[in-house]
Design a protein around this ligand. Structure first.
Ligand SMILES: Cc1cc2nc3c(=O)[nH]c(=O)nc-3n(C[C@H](O)[C@H](O)[C@H](O)COP(=O)(O)O)c2cc1C
Ligand code: SF4
Length: 537
């Protein structure tokens, strides 16, 4: 058993679930707070065939469960990409990444190389590269895999990026709960420092760079890049006004680039294999122009939730059925979120849409983090949305009024509807809220992100909200009641005389297969699912 495997075996033997406080306590006592690692994440169906050409992000995991020492990483082409980068001028590396069109994996999908070009030119002062490792998007756990199991690959990606943008110092801003990942990154950085891969004159070149791990305290808004910078500086994590963009005035007012963990982890393989290779990766599917691979994933009531590195262009149906093993027995898919809780729901009608930034957007949602969350037909959308909106409400930084006051109002309405206390007009109020908290109405994208699942749930599953609204009984006086009864009798008798067959199945049960009782009929009509039954079972 290799050293890595022994470490993992020891860790996975520890099964009890520990609270974050308990993990910190263990750490203080010098024990490994490694309970998180006992949750094994399946990432391969085809370990044997994984190569740097086919799985540039995770191919090394076909050989080891995790690569935690420099020697093993170097034996698997580790730091070859950095050596290639250092043999080129910074601009040449930047141009290469821009041409490769590595689209940011933090959610927005912006070309990373193009983003780097917005940095103001070097003036002899400090310049920063920040790795966004906050990963608090519900249902998202891809960056955790890359940091816990491949810490040297992320560090190499950051060194290549730092060389390209002329960064002097770097920070990995990591979610506080990712204790194992933070420890492994710190250990890997120490090993790099000891081997001239970090610090002054890296590998004998004139490139110098220092990297630090900064743990956050677990706030979703710290993932927004300008709130992250405020937090890093020791301020309250409120987003900043843009412009100026961080590339001009970021950390401590200096030029700064913020990139996601997965974005940065792509760099080593591109430097080794080149731009054309990176662009050819989606040819496997042939239905998208988005270059490269992505760590896709799936959670919810599927048989095998997990993560899989795949070229862009795989469809949600393929990911759910072929990789996640399909829906659990007896469950039928109703809806899915393409990339975390802040994306719009799609339905069974969209299962064959290729997963890439542009195509998912055309279908009415966003790629987000690319980790699918499935909702099955037995799940009621109202409590589900209430749960999501409670999260977004709690994570609002409170800086701007529409978000600070609007999100709690949404939760109040959803709670009332879910408790059977919703009034006529409440669903319309929720619809209004999705417009009032939309892009341009709030200071940052947090509130619009919170509105995406709500807006799409109302679009596709409005009947589930409407059916919970209590319509108050209308009180009528005796005279009106008598008149109504006479009128109804008249209508019924005219129906029977014009359709004698109906008399054999008379009264309120007429056509009872469709339920002609007005209210129940309307409900039955309203309850007819708008989406086709899923093929995904
Ligand atoms: C509320 C909010 C939370 C975010 N959380 C994250 C996050 O956890 N990780 C991340 O990489 N990007 C997150 N982002 C996006 C970042 O602001 C930024 O666009 C991203 O880090 C840029 O990296 P990329 O260009 O490599 O994608 C978040 C944005 C918002 C509005
Ligand atoms: S939208 Fe929400 S999270 Fe963003 S600045 Fe306003 S209050 Fe803060």
């Amino acid at each position: 058993m290799s050293q890595n495997e022994q470490v993992l075996a020891a860790e996975t033997a520890e099964t009890p679930r520990l609270s974050i406080a308990e993990q910190f306590a263990r750490r203080k006592q010098g024990q490994a707070p490694s309970q998180l690692n006992s949750q094994r994440v399946p990432i391969y169906g085809d370990k044997a065939t994984a190569t740097i050409e086919t799985k540039p992000l995770t191919w090394r995991l076909a050989h080891h469960d995790a690569i935690l020492d420099l020697e093993t990483y170097q034996s698997l082409r580790g730091f070859e990409g950095l050596k290639t980068a250092l043999s080129k001028a910074p601009k040449e590396v930047g141009d290469m990444i821009k041409a490769a069109n590595v689209r940011g994996r933090g959610g927005a999908g912006f070309n990373a190389g193009l983003k780097w070009t917005f940095m103001t030119p070097p003036d002899g002062g400090p310049r920063y590269l920040i790795c966004n490792a906050d990963e608090m998007e519900p249902g998202t756990f891809k960056d955790r895999l890359l940091m816990e199991r491949l810490p040297f690959q992320l560090i190499e990606g950051m060194l290549i990026t730092a060389h390209a943008i002329g960064a002097t110092d770097g920070y990995i801003f990591i979610r506080g709960e990712y204790i194992v990942a933070a420890e492994r990154l710190m250990a890997a950085i120490d090993e790099c420092i000891a081997n001239n891969l970090m610090g002054d004159n890296i590998l004998g070149s004139d490139f110098s760079f220092n990297l630090h791990v900064h743990t956050g305290a677990g706030r979703y808004i710290c993932g927004e890049e300008t709130a992250l910078i405020n937090c890093l500086e020791g301020r309250r994590a409120n987003p900043r006004t843009k412009p100026p963009f961080p590339q001009v005035s970021g950390a401590w007012g200096r030029p700064t680039v913020v990139n996601n963990v997965e974005t940065l982890s792509n760099m080593p393989a591109i430097l080794i294999n080149g731009v054309e290779w990176y662009q050819s990766l989606p040819n496997e599917k042939g239905n998208t122009t988005t270059p490269g691979t992505k760590i896709f994933g799936c959670s919810g009531l599927v048989n095998d939730p997990g993560l899989w590195e795949l070229p862009f262009g795989y469809t949600a149906r393929e990911i759910i059925e072929d990789f996640a093993g399909g829906m659990k027995q007896g469950k039928r898919l109703k809806a899915w979120l393409p990339g975390g809780a802040s994306t719009d729901f799609l339905t069974t009608e969209h299962l064959d849409v290729p997963m890439d930034f542009d195509t998912i957007q055309k279908a009415g949602s966003r790629m987000g983090t690319g980790l699918i969350m499935v909702v099955d037909e037995s799940q009621d959308m109202v409590p589900l949305l209430k749960n999501l909106e409670i999260f977004f409400q709690r994570e609002s930084c409170g800086f701007c009024t529409p978000c600070r006051d609007g999100l709690p109002w949404g939760v109040k309405l959803l709670t009332a509807i879910d408790d059977g206390q919703g009034k006529v007009g409440d669903v319309e109020k929720l619809e209004g809220l999705t417009r009032d908290l939309w892009l341009g109405k709030t200071f940052c994208a947090h509130a619009p992100g919170a509105m995406e699942p709500l807006m799409s749930a109302l679009k596709y599953f409005r009947h589930e909200f409407d059916s919970k609204i209590v319509v108050p009984a209308v009180e009528v006086d005796a005279e009106t009641s008598e008149w109504a009864e006479t009128e109804i009798k008249k209508v019924m008798s005219s129906m029977v005389s014009s359709n004698p067959a109906a008399s054999s199945n008379s009264g309120a049960d007429t056509g009872s297969n469709n339920n002609s009782d007005t209210k129940a009929g309307a409900e039955a009509g309203n309850n007819t699912p708008t989406s086709k039954p899923s093929d995904v079972k």
